[in-house]
Ligand binder design. Structure first.
Ligand code: GTP
Ligand code: MG
Length: 343
C-alpha cells in the first residue's frame, strides 16, 4: 500500500474554508487517501480477510464487533476491561467474508499479570491482519489512545473509527479534530460513527470490504464465532456480574465453568438442555458478599439473566448453578492467571 497523501492546499485542491461540513471534509480526505490496493472494479470470486478491532478500554470495540457480526458474541459493559480474550466474529455477506477480531482494551495503568496477559493478546491480534480498526471516542485523543496507536504496524491499512459520535453535541468540532488526527498517523480512512447506528455499521462494512483480499472463505457462511458454547457461557456470567454490580466491584473478578453438560431433547419438538455450574472468583470476602447480595438476591439475578441470554443465544434450555469463591491476589499471580484461561 502506498502512503496516503495529505490533502494539499494548492490551487487544484483548495482546503474548504468552512471546516464544519463533515461529509465534505471526509469526501476530500477520501479522494486523496485511497490505498493503492483498493479497487472499485467488480471482481469475480470470494473475498475474505482478517480485521482487528483495537483501542484503549471502553471505547466501544465489543459493541462494534457485535454490530458488525449482527449478533451479540462479545460481552459489553460500561466498566473498562470488560473484554479479556481475543474473540473472533464472522460476518458473511454477498461474496465477502469478514473475520473480525475483538481485543481487550490496551492497559496502561497497572502492570499486573492479568494486564500483561491482556496486552499480549492485543499485540498478537494486530500482527498479520488485512485491516485494523483503531477505535477512539470521537473528538478525543488521550495518551492511552496514543499508546495503542504506537503499537500498530504502519504497513497495515488502518481506519480511524471515531465512535460514539452520538455523544458529540458540537459536530462542528469534529472536522478540525479529524484534521489533527490525520497528522498523527497515515489512516487509510476516517469513519466518524456510532456503533449503535445500524446505518453507520452498514457503511463501515462497505468500507472494510475493499481492503480484503480475493481468497476463499475460511468459515461456513452461517458461522458467527470460533468460540465454544462453554466459553460464551463464562463470558455471559461475567457480563451480568459486571452489569449488576456497581463500580465498587473491582475488575479483578473472573468466572470459571465447573460443569458444562448437554442433554439431548427428551421428546421431538423439545429443545436440548444445558446444565452449567459456574464459579465467580473474587479477591476479597467483602467482594463475595457484594456478589451474593442481600439474601442472595444479586447472585440469583446474575444467574437468571445469564440463563435468559444463553437460552436465546444457543436456542436451548439452560439450568445454571452459581458459586462464589475468594482467591486473593489471583490477578497478580501469573500461574493462576494462566490457569483461569488467559494467555
Ligand atoms: N453512546 C454510545 N455508547 C456506546 C457506543 N458504542 C459503545 N458504547 C458504550 O460504551 C461502553 C463500552 O462499550 P464496550 O463495547 O464494552 O467497550 P470496549 O471498548 O469493548 O471495552 P473493553 O472491552 O473494556 O476494552 C458501553 O456502555 C457501550 O454501551 C456508541 O456508539 N455510542
Ligand atoms: Mg470489549
Amino acid at each position: 500500500m502506498t502512503t496516503p497523501k495529505k490533502p494539499t492546499s494548492d490551487a487544484d485542491t483548495p482546503v474548504p474554508e468552512v471546516q464544519d461540513n463533515l461529509e465534505d471534509l471526509l469526501a476530500g480526505m477520501r479522494r486523496d487517501m485511497r490505498p493503492a490496493g483498493a479497487t472499485e472494479a467488480p471482481v469475480a470470486g470470494q473475498r475474505c480477510g482478517l480485521i482487528a478491532i483495537v483501542g484503549k478500554p471502553n471505547v466501544g470495540k465489543s459493541t462494534l464487533l457485535n454490530a458488525l457480526v449482527g449478533q451479540k458474541i462479545s460481552i459489553t459493559s460500561r466498566k473498562a476491561q470488560t473484554t479479556r480474550h481475543r474473540i473472533t466474529g464472522m460476518h458473511t455477506q454477498g461474496a465477502t467474508q469478514f473475520v473480525f477480531v475483538d481485543t481487550p482494551g490496551f492497559q496502561t495503568l497497572h502492570g499486573n499479570a492479568l494486564n500483561k496477559s491482556l496486552n499480549k493478546t492485543v499485540v498478537g491480534a494486530v500482527a498479520d491482519v488485512d485491516l485494523i480498526l483503531f477505535v477512539v471516542e470521537a473528538g478525543s485523543f488521550t495518551p492511552a489512545d496514543a499508546r495503542v496507536l504506537a503499537l500498530l504496524d504502519k504497513k497495515i491499512p488502518t481506519l480511524l473509527i471515531a465512535n460514539k459520535l452520538d455523544n458529540v453535541h458540537r459536530r462542528g468540532d469534529i472536522a478540525p479534530w479529524l484534521q489533527t488526527m490525520q497528522e498523527r498517523h497515515a489512516f487509510a480512512e476516517f469513519v466518524p460513527m456510532s456503533a449503535k447506528s445500524a446505518k453507520d455499521v452498514e457503511r463501515l462494512l462497505g468500507i472494510c470490504e475493499k481492503f480484503l483480499p480475493e481468497q476463499a472463505w475460511w468459515y461456513a457462511a452461517d458461522e458467527l464465532t470460533d468460540r465454544s458454547e462453554r466459553f460464551m457461557a463464562a463470558e455471559m456470567v461475567r457480563e451480568k456480574l459486571f452489569r449488576l454490580t456497581g463500580d465498587e466491584l473491582p475488575y479483578t473478578s473472573t468466572v470459571i465453568i465447573d460443569k458444562f453438560e448437554e442433554e439431548p431433547p427428551q421428546k421431538k419438538g423439545q429443545k436440548r438442555l444445558l446444565r452449567i455450574a459456574a464459579t465467580i472468583v473474587v479477591e476479597r470476602d467483602g467482594h463475595k458478599a457484594m456478589v451474593i447480595g442481600d439474601k442472595g438476591e444479586r447472585i440469583k439475578r446474575i444467574g437468571m439473566e445469564t440463563r435468559v441470554e444463553l437460552e436465546k443465544l444457543f436456542d436451548c434450555k439452560v439450568f445454571i448453578e452459581m458459586w462464589v469463591k475468594v482467591r486473593s491476589g489471583w490477578a497478580d499471580d501469573e500461574a493462576r492467571v494462566r490457569s483461569f484461561g488467559y494467555e
